[in-house]
Design a protein around this ligand. Structure first.
Ligand SMILES: Cc1ncc(COP(=O)(O)O)c(C=O)c1O
Length: 283
């Protein structure tokens, strides 16, 4: 597999990442993932601009990552994935330096790694059809969830708890508010209105969330960005997760409660259909 590492394309086996890399030492690093539908990227600019947003807030010294779109394109071609569905992952760290908490001086060059692989939907296709089981879990993450850093331990533990409970995703709850999943945004339908948490430092501004909001406008589905309180969730008629790899996936069970007879609802289905139509046009 051909990957990209610090200005060069090379075989993955040839990549040498220093043990002094701050991504390894401190998770002083960001990541992004972009879907390629048969050679066409979905919302690449938005993903790379979110990387720039994180880099600005981490003061990484580099804030413009627009060149990575062309690099991603070359990776798709070099790995002969133009006619497949694929995912491109980018990892960006502050770079290699002698260990110290404060920013090293002089500032090292950020480490940039990118790789592509054929998208393996696993059970995701079935999940989108039948819906998933989620658990709720206390949000133990830090207060800068708006940056896509690689410091994912709380997300990993939350998702593992979900898997051990026979579920697919865990929804984080902070101060009684249902915020987002371990690797997805969360939305629910109340009185035919799609409700999702407002953008804040407590959630990642999902590219899929943003896209689904645009689909809502086109499908005449009303949207409200406001907190969803756990105590009110029984009033919801539908729930779903949104994300690059999950797209729009219905939730049919939360903890031990089977939701609406375990069947995905009409707003979720309308959004899935609109989403698929859009993908069919680009793919
Ligand atoms: C914590 C979290 N929230 C939301 C999302 C969804 O974001 P996107 O739609 O940009 O994939 C992700 C995706 O990885 C995530 O990790």
């Amino acid at each position: 597999m051909v990957v990209y590492f610090n200005d060069r394309f090379m075989e993955k086996e040839a990549v040498c990442i220093s043990p002094d890399d701050r991504g390894f030492l401190f998770a002083d690093s960001l990541y992004e993932v972009i879907r390629s539908y048969k050679g066409t990227f979905f919302r690449a600019k938005q993903h790379l601009s979110r990387l720039g947003y994180g880099a600005t807030h981490l003061k990484l010294g580099k804030t413009d990552f627009s060149e990575l779109e062309e690099i991603a394109r070359k990776l798709v071609v070099k790995n002969r994935l133009e006619s497949e569905d694929a995912v491109v992952y980018f990892q960006v760290t502050r770079g290699v330096a002698k260990r110290s908490h404060a920013f090293p001086l002089p500032a090292p060059r950020p480490t940039i790694y990118a790789s592509v692989s054929k998208f393996d939907p696993g059970p995701a296709d079935r999940d989108r059809e039948t819906g998933i089981h989620v658990i709720t879990i206390a949000d133990t993450r830090w207060a800068r969830c708006d940056m896509k850093t690689t410091a994912l331990t709380p997300n990993i533990l939350a998702n593992q708890a979900a898997v051990e409970a026979g579920a697919t995703e865990a929804i984080f709850i902070r101060d009684g508010v249902m915020l987002e999943g371990s690797h997805s945004n969360f939305a629910a339908v109340f009185d035919n209105v799609l409700v999702t948490a407002p953008l804040s430092n407590y959630i990642l501004g999902g590219i899929t969330r943003q896209f689904v909001m645009q689909l809502c406008a086109r499908e005449n589905i009303r949207i409200e960005e406001r907190p969803i309180f756990e105590q009110d969730i029984h009033l919801a008629t539908e729930m779903m997760i949104l994300g690059t790899t999950t797209e729009v996936t219905p939730i049919v069970r939360m903890n031990n409660t089977i939701f609406k007879e375990g069947k995905p609802g009409p707003v979720t289905r309308a959004l899935q259909m609109a989403y698929n139509q859009k993908i069919a046009l680009i793919g």
